[in-house]
Design a protein around this ligand. Structure first.
Ligand code: UD1
Ligand code: MG
Length: 473
């Protein structure tokens, strides 16, 4: 990444000026064996995007000058996912200290603060990172600041050893004495802010004579103290430090991410009638005075305007819903659906790559794909745009104010002119002129009294068969 221009802080405003220079190392070399997956762990999605992408989005808010992701061998998919950020490969997984050492080439000359994060801990909040950095930057300028937390259920974490001068050391669970395990409740989250110019000097001196035979990053605390440097810690919350190692932990992280997204939607002025049943993607945008009824799922890239009502059991993906529209219940909006202001999409209606313009109504049992439904048009129950001929997709254009009768098949490519009326049950294969009536179905015929004559004839034949049978006995 190119170095920043000298007046970068001024460009980004006052708050940045106090923040100083920052580089970030994200450790992501772990295979994630407990996920039992062909996909590297950090690419598993939370709220619709890879967990490492969550972390990078949070980190971006701190405007770091450099970000380096440490990956394992064969993790090209991770490198591609985190681009344009740099990746370095840790050929052998020799511990967190060794992993940080792998970032020496891109960061060895960096003279700001270095933040170390884990790629499998995606829920950390930017405010927490800011507190950590503020502690590092404030007098007495500790060389290392660790984010600590007190886990509710214990856990096999490294323990923070606090002395008179602050943080003295971190003892890994496996290396801790029973007494240390019992008395040291403050644990290491793994997140650290370190004085950049000292980092690699400390990492160089790490040794692996410990229970795991690994180069522990945590040992830089004791090394720094040995050099007479101060170290510190700030407190974090367990919920945001949840590390994901298994599918069950992935589900727990999803729950946390969803509850944050629900809170944000409500904070922004949306009513969620039963928040726990509404599922968002990280990028769902919801306006004000929106009401979302229970059991609604938002896939990626959905924008919901102000005053929209989404009734229960809708599934909405890559769609735009403009102000005041009413959706569902049981509607499916697929990629490219644009629902205009005040339009109605009713039950069992599927819309794909189609614009339903302002005030139009598509209320029952309908498929609208590769189409426009003009402003104020009314599409009757059971209408189908027949957009696919087995090879390609074709467009249907329904003009403004048109009325499409129920159970109509519109065989694309076809257009219905503005204000035209289509008779119910039609199969429309030719363009319909504006203002015209088109009916394309079998003509109705009627034979007066036919039903009565038919029944009498059949009854008489049945009687004759019965008598014939009696005679034979
Ligand atoms: C680490 C900390 C521990 C802390 C805990 C919090 C050390 C020595 N211990 O322990 O104090 O309480 O996290 O969860 O740092 N990684 C690499 N390369 C490696 C080793 C690890 O990239 O060689 C990455 C992993 O992918 C993972 C992170 O570093 O994202 C942490 O590694 P992990 O093995 O889970 O460390 P813990 O033993 O849990
Ligand atoms: Mg771990």
């Amino acid at each position: 990444m190119a170095p920043c221009p000298p007046f970068r802080n001024i460009c980004f405003g006052i708050s940045d000026m106090s923040e100083g220079k920052l580089a970030v190392i994200v450790l992501a070399a772990g295979q994630g064996t407990r996920m039992k997956s062909a996909m590297p762990k950090v690419l598993h999605p939370v709220a619709g995007r890879p967990m490492v992408a969550h972390l990078l989005a949070t980190v971006a808010e701190l405007r770091p000058e450099r970000v380096v992701v440490v990956v394992g061998p064969g993790m090209e998919a991770v490198s591609a996912a985190v681009a344009p950020h740099a990746t370095v490969v840790q050929e052998e997984r020799l511990g967190t200290g060794h992993a940080v050492g792998c970032a020496r080439e891109p960061l060895g000359d960096f003279d700001g603060d270095v933040l170390v994060l884990y790629g499998d801990t995606p829920l950390i909040r930017v405010e927490t990172l800011r507190r950590l950095l503020a502690e590092r930057r404030a007098a007495p300028h500790p060389a290392v600041v660790v984010l600590g937390f007190v886990p509710a259920g214990g856990g096999e974490y490294g323990r923070l050893v606090i002395g008179r001068a602050g943080l003295e050391a971190i003892v890994e669970h496996r290396d801790a004495t029973p007494e240390q395990r019992a008395t040291l409740s403050l644990c290491n989250s793994g997140v650290m802010a370190i004085d950049g110019p000292r980092l690699f000097g400390l990492v160089d001196r790490l040794r692996n004579a410990n229970a795991k035979g690994e180069y522990y990053l945590t040992d830089i605390v004791a090394l720094a103290r040995g050099d007479g440097l101060l170290c510190g810690w700030v407190d974090g919350e367990e919920e945001e430090l949840l590390g994901i190692n298994s599918r069950a932990e992935l589900a727990r992280a999803e729950a946390v991410a969803q509850s944050r997204l629900r809170e944000a939607a409500m904070e922004g002025g949306a009513t969620l009638v039963d928040p726990a049943t509404v599922w968002f993607t990280h990028d769902t945008r919801v306006g004000r005075d929106v009401t979302i009824h229970p059991n609604v799922v938002f896939g990626p890239r959905v924008t919901v305007g102000d005053g929209v009502v989404i009734n229960g059991f809708c599934h909405i993906t890559e769609a735009v819903i403009e102000d005041g529209a009413i959706i569902g219940p049981f509607a499916r909006l697929r990629p490219g659906a644009v629902i205009g202001a005040g339009a109605h999409i009713g039950n069992f209606v599927e819309v794909k790559k189609a614009t339903v313009e302002a005030g139009a109504k598509v209320n029952h049992l309908t498929y609208v794909g590769d189409a426009r439904v003009g402003a104020g048009a009314n599409v009757g129950a059971g209408t189908i745009t027949c957009n696919y001929d087995g090879f390609g997709k074709h467009f249907t254009d329904i003009g403004p104010g048109a009325f499409v009768g129920s159970n109509t098949s519109l065989v694309a490519p076809v257009s219905v002119g503005a204000g035209a009326v289509i008779g119910a049950g039609s199969v429309i294969t030719k363009d319909v002129a504006p203002g015209a009536l088109a009916v394309a179905r079998g003509a109705q015929m009627e034979l007066p009294g036919w039903a009565e004559r038919f029944r009498a004839k059949r009854q008489a034949a049945k009687e004759a068969r019965r008598k014939d049978g009696e005679g034979k006995d």
